[in-house]
Write a protein that binds this ligand. Structure first.
Ligand code: UD1
Length: 420
């Protein structure tokens, strides 16, 4: 078991280089099962969720290689849709395989997806959407069994614009001859990125990034090298840190400010000095920030739920009071109990949290409760006076590659220790 030990009090200064968004890379990897071609995914650091997905694909017969910042994958020898039990439960993203792997093999058998404990996270929208395309899905002995029946394209109207369900259906439809339209599709940049990836392979998808996506499926695919979009959530994490500490001056390289509009608007309104250039965002924080009255998480282009915890930390040291409303997941305030152990003044009632900013946080021992909540606790440790120890950091490693070296580059005193 590993933990992070942080000495608070430093002022972050320097550059952060972004890599491929893990929420883009995971569906892209699942999508590789549709083809036997060679795929290179560039500018990609293997966070633990990505490593788990690669191990899963290898267990099905795919060839995988990590070289520098690229992942090379070839699914020519993928010969089964039966996913060994231990893999599916490791991450939410395993559900992405239901569509493409079933198109490829005719039968997928896998356990229920795991992932962060941030809510019930049902998969009914995935299942109903795939049913519409002609897949039969039953649940037996705690496993999902998806069988290719009489595949047909057509229209799938999602009751909620689920990111994962949009991606799953889009991948499956790309492998089915004819035109499928997804209505009320999710508009997240990662959905658009997956469509760009499929189009680069030789597919034909229009409208990704809007609520209506049209997929002309059944095209033949070719080998490609693809660079996914940069991780907007990692970018937002470091921006929230810099905004919390007066005197900070950081530059997020390779970031696409368009994907960060809602968080940047909040940071700008609070008085941070933000400069946006072609592929970089620089943030300077000159004084203690004033609290934002209200932050509400919503589907894209609204404020992302994946930055809620990091912005909570920022508000917990701002001047004044903030209400943060979580609209996407039921249990996404679990980390607040730990944050309170560092001196934050937070009261959670239902899906909203009232935060009264305190002049300083004080170091303590805390446990990461989930991926983004864990990253938020690390930020809090950097801001806090004294030493903070964050345990259970395997949650953080799922989505941040060596968070300690990125923070060290910004001048933060942080080290990873292995607990015996
Ligand atoms: C993806 C992201 C996650 C992010 C979330 C919302 C990945 C790997 N993960 O998760 O980091 O927080 O989008 O931006 O890309 N829902 C159902 N039934 C379903 C599917 C979803 O009820 O079949 C509900 C969920 O429980 C949740 C809401 O819809 O309350 C949003 O979920 P969804 O958009 O599907 O998120 P994920 O794809 O799981």
């Amino acid at each position: 078991m590993e933990k992070l030990v942080i000495k608070g009090g430093s002022i972050p200064k320097g550059a952060v280089k972004l890599y491929a968004a893990k929420n883009s890379v995971l569906p892209i990897l699942a999508c590789c099962t549709l083809t036997s071609c060679d795929i290179e995914i560039a500018n990609c650091k293997p966070t633990n969720d990505i490593l788990d997905m690669l191990a899963l694909l290898q267990s099905l017969g795919s060839k995988v290689q990590l070289d520098g910042d690229s992942i090379f994958i070839n699914c020519q020898n993928l010969n089964t849709g039966i996913v060994p039990r231990q893999y599916a439960k490791k991450m939410r993203a395993s559900v992405f395989l239901l569509g493409p792997l079933s198109v490829r093999t005719g039968l997928t058998k896998m356990g229920f997806p795991g992932g962060c404990n941030i809510g019930r996270r049902p998969i009914d929208i995935h299942i109903n959407g795939l049913n519409k395309l002609g897949f039969d899905i039953e649940i037996k002995d705690g496993e999902l069994i998806c069988t290719k029946k009489f595949l047909s394209c057509g229209q799938v109207h999602l009751p909620f614009a689920s990111v994962g369900a949009t991606e799953n259906i889009m991948m499956a439809a790309s492998g089915i001859k004819g035109i499928t339209t997804i209505k009320n599709a999710a508009q997240e940049p990662e959905v658009e990125d997956l469509a760009k990836f499929i189009n680069a392979l030789g597919g034909d998808i229009e409208g990704a990034g809007t609520h209506t996506i049209v997929i002309n499926g059944g095209k033949s695919f070719n080998s490609i090298r693809y660079t996914p979009i940069a991780d907007r959530i990692v970018a937002g994490t470091y921006l929230a840190l810099a905004a919390s500490i007066p005197g900070s001056d950081i530059c997020i390289e390779k970031s696409n400010a368009l994907h960060l509009q809602a968080p940047l608007k909040i940071l700008q309104d609070k008085g941070c000095n933000i400069t946006i250039s072609k592929d970089a965002v620089r943030l300077k924080s000159n004084a203690r920030q004033t609290a934002r009255k209200r932050i509400v998480t919503r589907p894209y282009p609204g404020f992302p739920t994946d930055l809620q915890a990091q912005f909570m930390v920022m508000e917990s040291v701002a001047k004044g009071q903030t209400t943060i409303v979580e609209n996407l997941f039921e249990n996404r305030f679990n980390y607040c109990k730990e944050l309170k152990n560092l001196g934050a003044n937070i009261k959670v009632v239902g899906n909203s949290a009232k935060v009264i900013g305190v002049p300083e946080l004080v170091g303590n021992c805390v446990n990461a409760t989930d991926l983004r909540g864990g990253a938020a606790l690390v930020l809090a440790g950097v801001i806090a006076k004294g030493q903070t120890t964050v345990s259970d950091i395997y949650h953080i490693d799922r989505g941040y590659y060596n968070i300690e070296s990125e923070l060290s580059n910004l001048g933060v005193s942080i080290k990873r220790l292995t607990q015996i």
